[in-house]
Design a protein around this ligand. Sequence first.
Ligand SMILES: Cc1cc2nc3c(=O)[nH]c(=O)nc-3n(C[C@H](O)[C@H](O)[C@H](O)COP(=O)(O)OP(=O)(O)OC[C@H]3O[C@@H](n4cnc5c(N)ncnc54)[C@H](O)[C@@H]3O)c2cc1C
Length: 395
Amino acid sequence: MDLNLTREETAFRDELRAWLAGNVPKDWSSWREKPLAESFPYLRAWQRNLHEGGWVAVSWPKEYGGRGATLMQQAIFWEEMARVEAPPMANALGLGLIGPTIIAYGTQAQKKRFIPKILSAEEIWCQGFSEPNAGSDLASLQMEARLDGDHYVVNGQKVWTSYGWVGDWCELVVRTDQEAAKHKGLTVLLVDMKSRGVEVRPLRQMTGESEFNELFFRDVRVPAENVLGKVNDGWNVAVSTLMYERGSYGARLHLIFKRNIDRLIQIARVTPRDGSTAAGNPLIRQKLAQYFAEIEIMRLNQLRAFSHITATGVPGPEGSIQKIFWSELNQRVQQLAQEIMGPYGQLLATDPHAIDKGAWSYGYLRTRGNTIEAGTSEVQRNIIGHFVLGLPRSY
Ligand SMILES: Cc1cc2nc3c(=O)[nH]c(=O)nc-3n(C[C@H](O)[C@H](O)[C@H](O)COP(=O)(O)OP(=O)(O)OC[C@H]3O[C@@H](n4cnc5c(N)ncnc54)[C@H](O)[C@@H]3O)c2cc1C
């Protein structure tokens, strides 16, 4: 593939650069260290501003509020956002996974009702898939919904729901047919999180944050018109959401990883080690060079995935390759940071001696979840084995 920018891509980049130069908030650095719960209104306001400028969900079709940008332009978008260290957008799941699923499966009324408020961050979305006994084996989920007139009545529990604490709406997978085979009796409902009977309980992580939650549903009434896709076809709808999830993150992550490795190289150059610096240690030097190269591989793989999506219109199981690659690489880089910094790497933001205001201790702990969220590494390997390599199924 040709990696040079076309004339249109250069024009797109220049227009975006000009807009960002006039609009990226100058005070983000003072907000980024704060807990997400505190900075969330700030991120919401930033997304609204981006939306008003026409820069949210650039690759979505124009009729749904996007720019109809190509995937290459989307990659340019993330690159430029990273270059100026712009804040992230508040409605990450709405924009990355749930909005695209509503565009693919929603009725006209659903698209009209939900899409504009996803773009403007007026309504934040969460993803209610996992349950205590259904994570990797999602199709075993038990949360049930029974039709009662023109409503479904929902009962059961979800767990690990990111953004549950701030979610206005939830893409919820429920069992609507108890008799059917487990993949066949599922349906996706779009649920107002303020409905009577929804309880959200935060879960505390080892980072100290409560990024995700348990959800309890007790006789929650959901209008039947909020079924996304067809009744009992929820498995296909949910798998589409997961493919968007696995395929989309790599695009922006390689830029963050690149920034991390550049910073780590700087730190290694000044950290004393055995009469020299950490950078003088051959093992550390080898690892830094290896991960630097792997981040470049990640960028190129993402471009290859974009090329595939452009040709076929949908993300494929290849997203699993990216997911394994970035999540395991991120853990290796954070592990190396700990090897370079020694005990200093473990200091928290509150400690005046912490390097980069505790970002490395936070990063080390948070990246442990990378190989679990959006499907574990083992599950991604099963998908690649079966759907990409044509090997026998794992189950
Ligand atoms: C940071 C984070 C955010 C998350 N956000 C959300 C969210 O917003 N919404 C949501 O619904 N869920 C969310 N999750 C949940 C996540 O999707 C599940 O944790 C994940 O799917 C694994 O399920 P589980 O935890 O039940 O583990 P299990 O499925 O019980 O797996 C336990 C172990 O067994 C292995 N294993 C399981 N099955 C197989 C198999 N067939 N072959 C080989 N090995 C196997 C797994 O790889 C794992 O090591 C989040 C998780 C994390 C860590």
